[in-house]
Design a protein around this ligand. Structure first.
Ligand SMILES: [Zn+2]
Length: 120
C-alpha cells in the first residue's frame, strides 16, 4: 500500500505571458492567487505515524514563498515566461534536491485551471 501526503500553499503573484499571440489577454500584466500543492510520498514512520512533519514541508517551501509571493514572476530568473507549467517545474526543481519525497507539484492559477509536473 502506498501512502502520500500533500500540503497546499497560496501565492499572490503578478505576471504576464510574453509568448502569447498579440492581443491575447494574458499578454497584459495581471495577477493570480496561485495554489501550489506539494505531493510527497514515502514510508510512514511507525513511531510518528507520518511520512514527514507538515512543519518541515513548510520550512522547505518558505524560501520559495519569500521569493515568489507578492512579486512579479517575470522578474525572477527562470520564470521569464511564467506559465503555470513553468512555475510548477520551477518549484519542483528547486525543492526536489533537498526534499526527495516530493514527486508531484500542482499549480492552480484559477479555481478550474492549472498545471502539474511529476516524477517520470
Ligand atoms: Zn495569468
Amino acid at each position: 500500500m502506498k501512502t502520500s501526503l500533500y500540503k497546499i500553499f497560496r501565492l499572490e503573484c503578478a505576471h504576464y505571458l510574453p509568448a502569447v499571440p498579440e492581443g491575447h489577454p494574458c499578454a497584459r500584466m495581471h495577477g493570480h492567487s496561485f495554489s501550489v500543492t506539494l505531493h510527497l510520498r514515502g514510508e510512514v514512520d511507525p513511531q510518528t505515524g507520518w511520512i514527514l512533519d507538515f512543519g518541515r514541508v513548510r520550512e522547505h517551501f518558505e524560501p520559495l514563498r519569500i521569493l515568489l509571493d507578492h512579486h512579479t514572476l517575470n522578474e525572477i530568473r527562470g520564470l521569464e515566461n511564467p506559465t503555470s507549467e513553468h512555475l510548477a517545474r520551477f518549484v519542483y526543481l528547486r525543492l526536489k534536491p533537498d526534499l526527495p519525497e516530493l514527486y508531484r507539484v500542482d499549480v492552480g492559477e484559477t479555481c478550474t485551471a492549472g498545471a502539474r509536473v511529476e516524477d517520470d
